[in-house]
Design a protein. Sequence first.
Lengths: 397, 257
Amino acid sequence: MSMNPDTLLAPPDHTGRFGDFGGRFVPETLVPACQELEAAFNEAWADSSFRAELDEVHRLYSGRPSIITECKNLSTQLGIRLFLKREDLNHTGSHKINNVIGQTLLAKRMGKKRIVADTGAGQHGVASATAAALMGLECKVYMGAVDVERQALNVFRMKLLGSEVESVHSGSRTLKDAVNEAMRHWVANVADTHFCLGSVVGPHPYPYMVRQFQSIIGDEAHAQIGDLTGAMPDVVVACVGGGSNAMGIFSGFVDEPGVRLVGVEPAGGAAIGKGVPGVVHGMRSNLMQDEYGQVEEALSISAGLDYPGVGPEHSYLSSIGRADYPSVTDDEVIAGFRLLAEAEGIIPALECAHAVAWISREAPRIQGQTVLMNLSGRGDKDVAQMMKILADADGDT
Amino acid sequence: MPGLIETEFRAKRRAGRKLLVPYITGGYPGWQDAIRACAANGADAVEIGIPFSDPVMDGPVIQQASQAALEAGVTPQSVLDEVPGLDVGIPLAVMTYYNLVHHPGPERFAANLQRAGISAAILPDLPLEESDPWCAAAASHGIEAIMLAAPTAPDDRLPQVAERACGFIYSVGLLGVTGERSSLAATATDLAGRLKAITDKPVLVGVGVSNAEQAYQATRVADGVIQGASVVRRLMETGPDSVGEYVAGVRDAIDAD
């Protein structure tokens, strides 16, 4: 299959690769399910009635289109012009709903009765539980034991929505292990269960499919920023764990050569910054691993970015120099979290505070530029954790 | 030309013997003695698990053994370094996950296996479509690339898997991960029967063959069985001697008519 040279948004090749990244490294048991999903997605995505149904649910349920907010106070403070794409205002509080509405509509179309999902911060779990309730599907969510503890509110939300939440005690007991356990569950229940993966990761077609479902962010933002400023932004910024919110907004601008794309990784989970290509969770992509290829644990303040891998399309965009992937430290993230709250009255998710932190650090070098940041989730879920962090910090002084 | 495992397994099958391949987690305390106990009690080959951080095809028992080995500092090379000293007189295979092959590169990994005296490798997260680089590297170092066939495979996929497989075909016994079950799934004998109908390569059932009786049932259709979690659980609970006793019991069961 040939790539369309005019766009970086072409589907991956027939092996599911973007350049050298992606593929389908799954147990034989799952190959037919991946093939079935690929065919079903391609057929649905090309079907105007499916797209119309998806658009209607987004309009009447998710709350789309999400608005763009100009941050006038912070812009003055930093010497840039800063806009936020407000995915935090979506139903369930993050961009994750874009993907799960798409996947659950598809699961129903495929005749599946149940979905199984992985979750880190719990945002994808909550979104999956929500969509499952809406669509009349059963839902089981795997969540690392460490995350169950630090995101207790989201665990309760999922249960309120009628989902089963299973705490994962293997490995690092975070997102990576939740994905492993969800895959094991899928292997055992593949006939009637759809694996509702939460990011642009996993075996083909997931990275492509999830990017397509998230591309609504970039499509809207491209039109909105044009209307607001009469031009394209200089920089588009998003945080990157697996990378779905970043791929969502990048997809609107990747074919605009003048727009700089920046994906901000946590210093403790910098798959592109510190990893090398490896194979885990069904894909070949950048991966933090030791000298033998054992996958290393990510260590980040934010459960949603606590992931040692990254979506293969990000590895590809990095490899061709189209996007940059700097990293920020937990301390910078805490400062970024407070900065947006105090300057704009917006409490960001800790994940998005990574993007704020980079913008604040980079500001002296991008004076006068227009910056569009994807605010992919709201910070309500992180308030208890921040309360503890800030109390400890005050206690230290 | 068939490798050591396929050659031996075909000869034993011709002689009317059912094949028994226990799995032992490499690096878990007592693993070398457990392998010797398997060999002394009727195993035809042993599958050595090289512990990986993210074993998606393994259930709780083998996960726990792998994690304990990793926490004790076991590496792929530290396991392979011990292999020449085992001297058990039966072929040895490794079972691990593809990233441990991809990281050094298929060529170097295959060379490392060859140097250690390993005959074959099983990579359960490497499906047919992604297997070219590994199979080429394995072939060039005389390593038999054992392929897995799954119960979900449509009829047109099985001949492709069989064609590609070296050593034997690993017929996955059920929809799920490794671990003991109270009964043998119907899928185990169904798939083994489908494979036997299209290939003369040895067909062994693994995943969910949990005791001597289930091994007997599976070998009424298949050429042999792989025993994983039931062996590793005994190694963890009661040590290498109990592994030997268990393997002897399975041997007796599958030898019965």
